[in-house]
Design a binder for this molecule. Structure first.
Ligand SMILES: [Fe+2]
Length: 127
């Protein structure tokens, strides 16, 4: 069974998908089950991965992390996502060479979850 808002990755080809309506089926890619990415928040280089939320005049600025994460061609933040209390999902795709940050027009009080996805180190979240 796929989890709502779960992020799954194919270990073979690198496809990443997010489930917006859950069903009973198993997600399969390249002939094998996809891996549910856990939202890490303790292990490894947390200072380079945990999202940091700052208030701005128009909303919030999410930085990855307290020490800026690399944005190199072989190691970068692929997206930053904000999920609100009223179930909006706001996502900014990033590319090598971009700053590891994104601004969202949402008030800090509406945030349910902020997460980011590193191509090497997976999913990290701040609640
Ligand atoms: Fe990383």
């Amino acid at each position: 069974m796929a989890l709502k808002l779960g992020i799954y990755k194919c270990a073979m080809c690198g496809n990443v998908v997010e489930v917006f309506i859950e069903g009973d089926g198993e997600l399969v890619c390249c002939g094998q089950p996809m891996t549910l990415m856990d939202e890490r928040n303790k292990d490894g280089a947390g200072e380079k991965h945990l999202p940091v939320v700052e208030q701005t005049a128009n909303g919030i600025l999410v930085k990855v992390g307290s020490v800026p994460h690399p944005m190199e061609p072989d190691h970068w933040i692929q997206f930053i996502e904000v999920i609100t209390e009223d179930n909006y999902v706001l996502r900014k795709e990033l590319h090598p060479g971009d700053k590891p940050e994104a601004e969202f027009k949402v008030s800090q009080s509406q945030i349910k979850l902020v997460r980011e996805f590193c191509n090497k180190h997976g999913l990290w979240a701040t609640k």
